[in-house]
Design a protein around this ligand. Structure first.
Ligand code: NAD
Length: 496
């Protein structure tokens, strides 16, 4: 058994980073950050208050005039430096991510890579931020469109991708000339502390990027403070819609709120079996089910029952063999849930599935946690005979639970998907181009997979989402991000 060295020794007391300095929170309230696999406390995070975030917003506003006058080329060069530092620290960052979140090391490495890709895209800002123009809109008169930064933007991040998600926003926001306030999840703050240390080393001017820790109070201040021009939120639908989107509308801020999900994966009888099985296992059980793109409902059509039985048997056989344990240990395939309360929540859903009449064919409550405290561990569960009206089919479970729903054909599968309140992702597995195109055309979801289990957009495409999975107009990443973080100004000029 080989366990990778832990980069965090002892218990780190987390500080905020404001105006280029590491400062203690004004709050005396702290929460323990516990490694979910070992149950050891690895850090203490301040549950900061309004004062902390006010100071960060003020610093960001003070830094804005000079930062927006810094040329795009020079701004981009800070990101080249940051990219080099991220590569140097790649493995340590991945291990920190595993220590605070629980995901296995390869999942953490994938997450760090995805984050770095956003930094790489932002380093191309001189090209990405260009406007457009037309000579002679009328004789001797020209019209140009220029894209300008707005001021201070803020990110409110979730626990499940503590490194990648803030990087969907921060690099583009700052490269386009805005300044920034980052508020990570109070459950997984360490990745952003490590990123900020590298931001400091890269030499970004004081106040351009600020880090404030906490939970509800800093968010309340971000949403009400007139010094903030826009907010990027990623988290649950309840908070995203009822708090963030609503408050930003009241205070007139730009907002993009990427929210919860309930993703359907449809397997047609003409699908390639080995590659489909491997994609399904990774989609449903990867990251212990704690992904907004995770498979939740597996949909099979009634066109070939023999095929369905074979698929289900293969899924259950493979899911039973998933090796559970500490993500820093070699050979481990699934880590723990991020916190005990998240495991309890999933256990509640398993009970609800049983009581509503679904057949629990694989019970994730029976597992072997490879000698680690079983506080947060959970095995993979598979429910069959699930109907779309059951709670486990409708609500986001956010754990390693597969619900199998049978429908008549592809038409009914698409109808079922489109009845869901959510619209984050959906996938089809098929060898028919006709099926694939129909699925892509008709399904009301932002991210579509065709023979892909986890349809995660790259940094140069928007991370989409519809219905209760997204509130706003412009998504994170890609061209959407450049639009979100800039104002279009039109100039019409004549020089008689
Ligand atoms: P969450 O909504 O509990 O928390 C998200 C952020 O909001 C945190 O920073 C938290 O401190 C803050 N917050 C929590 N309660 C608040 C309140 N009452 N007022 C103001 N701020 C508050 O979400 P989570 O549990 O950290 O993350 C999991 C959720 O995120 C899932 O629903 C998942 O689907 C979603 N998610 C969505 C995407 C996407 O792109 N659509 C990506 C990742 C995660």
């Amino acid at each position: 058994m080989v366990i990778l060295e832990e980069p965090i020794k002892g218990v780190m007391k987390i500080k905020n980073y404001v105006d280029g300095d590491w400062v203690e929170s004004t709050s005396s309230e702290y929460r323990d950050i516990v490694n979910p696999a070992t149950q050891k406390t690895i850090a203490k995070v301040p549950l900061g208050n309004e004062e902390d975030v006010k100071a960060a917003i003020d610093a960001a506003n003070d830094a804005f005039p000079s930062w927006r006058r810094t040329t795009p080329l020079t701004r981009a060069r800070y990101f080249f430096r940051l990219k080099a530092l991220l590569e140097e620290n790649f493995e340590a960052l991945a291990r920190v991510c595993t220590m605070e979140h629980g995901k296995i090391i390869d999942e953490s490495r994938g997450e760090i890579r995805r984050g770095i890709e956003n930094v790489e895209v932002a380093a191309g800002i001189p090209s990405l931020m260009m406007g457009y123009n037309l000579e002679d809109i009328s004789r001797g008169i020209d019209e140009i469109l220029i894209k300008q930064p707005l001021g201070v933007f803020a990110c409110i991040a979730p626990f499940n991708f503590p490194f990648m998600v803030p990087l969907w926003f921060l690099p583009t926001a700052v490269a386009t000339g805005n300044t920034y306030v980052l508020k990570p999840s109070p459950w997984t703050p360490l990745c952003m502390v490590k990123l900020t240390e590298l931001i400091d080393e890269a030499g970004f001017p004081p106040g351009v990027i600020n880090l404030v820790n906490g939970d509800v109070k800093p968010v309340t201040e971000i949403l009400s403070n007139p010094g903030v021009k826009g907010v990027s939120f990623v988290g649950s639908t309840k908070i995203g819609r009822d708090v963030i989107y609503k408050q930003c509308a009241i205070t007139g801020k730009r907002v993009q709120a990427q929210c919860g999900a309930k993703n359907y994966l449809v397997v047609m009888p003409d699908a390639d079996v080995p590659s489909t099985i491997s994609s399904l296992l990774s989609s449903f059980f990867g990251n212990t089910g704690q992904r907004c793109l995770a498979g939740a409902n597996l949909v099979l059509t009634g066109e070939d029952e023999e095929f369905n039985a074979k698929m289900l048997q293969l899924i259950k056989d493979s899911a039973t063999k998933i090796k559970i344990g500490y993500g820093l240990e070699e050979g481990i395939q699934m880590g723990p849930m991020q916190a005990e309360q998240r495991k309890k929540r999933v256990l509640g859903y398993i009970e609800s599935g049983v009581s509503e009449g679904a057949s629990l064919k694989l019970d994730g409550r029976n597992y072997d946690s490879s000698g680690y405290p079983d506080t947060c561990f959970l095995g993979a569960s598979v429910f069959e005979d699930v109907t779309p009206d059951m709670t486990i089919a409708k609500e986001e479970i956010f754990g390693p639970v597969m619900s199998v729903i049978k429908v008549k054909d592809l038409g009914e599968a698409i109808e079922t998907i489109n009845k869901s309140n959510y619209g984050n992702a959906a996938s089809i597995f098929t060898s028919s181009g006709k099926n694939g195109r129909r699925f892509q055309y008709e399904v009301e979801c932002g991210n579509i997979g065709v023979n892909i289990g986890t349809a995660a957009p790259m940094a140069f495409f928007p991370f989409s989402g519809m219905k209760d999975s997204f509130f706003g107009d412009l998504h994170g990443q890609g061209r959407d991000a450049v639009e979100f973080f800039t104002e279009n100004k039109v100039v019409i000029q004549r020089w008689p």
